[in-house]
Design a protein. Structure first.
Length: 102
């Protein structure tokens, strides 16, 4: 029964969006209904929090990778590339000023 509840929770709600408060509320409800003991409830919360954090990290990585792919497809300059161009322009201005002063 406990494994079935975990499977339903992971699939149905989406572990990436569970908050500690929601998990604690679910734990309390399951303990009150006699579906979990207090120790099982504690383990359930810990396991679900770990899975939630892991899912959030994976989602963030996936979104970052997709955004980077789209930026490359659109051929948009990154902030590092723009900073490099600014540095080169400043170097050219310094060189031109030196030549003009000679």
């Amino acid at each position: 029964m406990k494994d079935l509840l975990k499977t339903i929770m992971y699939g149905g709600i989406g572990a990436a969006f569970l908050t500690k408060e929601k998990i604690e509320a679910l734990k309390s409800e399951l303990i009150e209904k006699g579906k979990l003991s207090r120790e099982e409830g504690k383990q359930f919360v810990e396991e679900l929090m770990k899975k939630s954090e892991s899912a959030k990290d994976q989602l963030e990585l996936w979104v970052t990778q997709r955004v980077e792919e789209k930026i490359k497809q659109l051929n948009i300059a990154t902030s590092d590339e723009i900073a490099d161009l600014r540095r080169k322009v400043e170097e050219l201005q310094v060189a031109l000023n030196r030549e003009a002063g000679d």
